[in-house]
Write a protein that binds this ligand. Structure first.
Ligand code: 4AZ
Length: 249
């Protein structure tokens, strides 16, 4: 997160950290964020999986404030399987969404605690008012060209942009689609950055934080008058529910 503030995982207990086993270095390497939406289910960005990881090599960490420090509140899971959206387009990042099923022998995975708790899903096609104040979070970089990810989870404040301003002129020529939503800080302070991808954009809806976006892409981090681009989660509620039903064995 560019700007924003250091946070505690209890402020965004749906935040997940995804890592992949690198056989060359024999360690798990953090690569993207994710969002817990149900005990055994995590959403992330499809583009995080461009390398075609084997599910067996993946690990999902929940409940950590410090990215690399073990904590008594953490819950770590292997991945049984993941589903990249069938219409995901690697060149435009259209439909940048992936659903992961966590591995469990007992039909229950994450146990809900103050540090580990799912985000609410919106109803299909929910649209919130322009400039609604929302939050993003993640363990991603604090500066575009920093070599390091953040040691600690951060959160930032962004507002939902009108679709009319979510245009190539503000995104160094890149097109957006109706499956994307732009959000940014009107003060020009907070933004998502590299490594935050797949993590949450949550907005208050009837008093609850509701998952409205998945961090997807942007033109750098924290540039003036440049929004971040997010996968528009309310477009995918039927897709998510179908996948979760089809795969509840
Ligand atoms: C990235 O590379 C990335 N400022 C994610 C979000 C944004 C920029 C880059 C938005 O994962």
């Amino acid at each position: 997160i560019f700007g924003g503030q250091q946070s505690d995982i209890t402020a965004q207990p749906w935040q997940a950290a995804l890592s992949v086993y690198r056989s060359r270095s024999k360690v798990y390497t953090f690569f993207c964020g994710g969002v817990l939406i149900d005990s055994c289910w995590v959403l992330s960005a499809a583009h995080c999986f461009n390398d075609g990881f084997h599910p067996k090599d993946l690990k999902v960490t929940l409940g950590r404030t410090y990215r690399l420090q073990n904590s008594s509140s953490e819950q770590i899971f292997e991945v049984e399987q993941y589903w990249v959206h069938e219409q995901y387009d690697n060149s435009t990042f259209d439909n940048d969404i992936v659903l992961l099923k966590l591995k469990s022998d007992i039909g229950m995975c994450a146990i809900y605690t103050p540090e580990v708790h799912p985000a609410c899903l919106p109803e299909q096609n929910l649209v919130l008012p322009d400039w609604t104040e929302c939050e993003i979070s993640g363990y991603g970089k604090e500066q575009e060209f920093s070599p390091f990810y953040s040691d600690r989870v951060k959160r930032g404040h962004v507002r939902l942009w009108p679709q009319s301003q979510c245009v190539p002129e503000r995104l160094s020529g890149h097109l957006t689609t109706p499956n994307m939503i732009c959000a940014g800080d009107t003060r020009g302070l907070d933004d998502a950055c590299k490594g935050d991808s797949g993590g949450p954009l949550v907005c208050p809806k009837e008093g609850r934080f509701t998952l409205i976006g998945l961090i997807s892409w942007g033109d750098g981090c924290g540039k003036k008058d440049t929004p971040g681009v997010y996968t528009r989660v309310p477009q995918y509620i039927n897709w998510i529910n179908r996948k979760m039903q089809d795969n509840n064995n």
